[in-house]
Design a protein around this ligand. Structure first.
Ligand SMILES: CC(C)(COP(=O)(O)OP(=O)(O)OC[C@H]1O[C@@H](n2cnc3c(N)ncnc32)[C@H](O)[C@@H]1OP(=O)(O)O)[C@@H](O)C(=O)NCCC(=O)NCCS
Length: 202
């Protein structure tokens, strides 16, 4: 473990510790949820899931549960091992968001990612986090394919996924239905990357 104390950032009461065994790519290091998170990291983690705009991009609802229950739910999922989550840390060790592999099976997983610090969007952190988790999925976990779903109008996310090597896969056309003035639900597009495709871009 390399001790990494943030210089001149006094709001961090606790030293941020970064291990050289954690997945990393470019300016990003991934901190496994199985590690002890600092109170500041828990706060950022929780706030990210409470943000209405982020929830909307993610196709979910902003979290309403109190932070103590949120911690309990996350730790329960970590203990069950049915999803693998990481905090996304920047070059200074600051928590930017989360990237997760869920719907885990022997060969496949689904990827989800959120960068909670909106002022850090569009600066390459998301792409690096996706690259780091893909390298982990294919070389450490032995997966053969990683999939995801994103909104068709989420062009920023699609661009980040494409830069990391994801490709669009064809999905069946939406069912034909009459529209009685209802706003149609936003459409998801599926993307995926196989180990062979990843080896071609990594
Ligand atoms: C999606 C997300 C993880 C991407 O991370 P990020 O750090 O912002 O992404 P990056 O900077 O690595 O890449 C974004 C790319 O999209 C481009 N982009 C930004 N807005 C865009 C738009 N409206 N249309 C097209 N491309 C756009 C950026 O220019 C960049 O491409 P470039 O490097 O070729 O210039 C992050 O924006 C996020 O958390 N968004 C909210 C939650 C979300 O959408 N999660 C995904 C759910 S599936």
């Amino acid at each position: 473990m390399l001790p990494y104390t943030l210089p001149g950032v006094s709001r961090y009461a606790e030293a941020v510790v970064i291990s050289d065994t954690w997945p990393r790519c470019g300016r990003v290091t991934l901190k496994p949820f199985t590690e002890t998170l600092t109170e500041e990291e828990w706060r950022r983690f929780y706030e990210c899931f409470r943000d209405p705009e982020i929830a909307e991009w993610n196709g979910s609802r902003p979290l309403k549960m109190p932070v103590w229950l949120f911690k309990r739910v996350v730790m329960g999922e970590v203990a069950r091992g049915d999803r693998l989550g990481f905090g996304i840390l920047d070059e200074k060790g600051e928590w930017l968001g989360t990237v997760e592999l869920y719907e885990l099976s022997r060969n496949e997983a689904t990827l989800g990612i959120l960068i909670g610090a909106k002022d850090r969007w569009g600066q390459g952190y998301g792409t690096d986090a996706v690259r780091a988790v893909l390298a982990y999925a294919f070389t450490k976990m032995g997966l053969h394919k990683v999939k995801l779903r994103t909104y068709r109008h989420n062009l920023r996310a699609q661009r980040a996924f494409e830069k990391a090597g994801f490709r669009f896969v064809s999905s069946p056309p939406p069912p034909l239905r009459f529209n009685f003035g209802f706003t149609p639900k936003p459409e998801f597009v599926p993307m995926e990357i196989t180990k062979e495709q990843w080896e071609g871009v990594a």
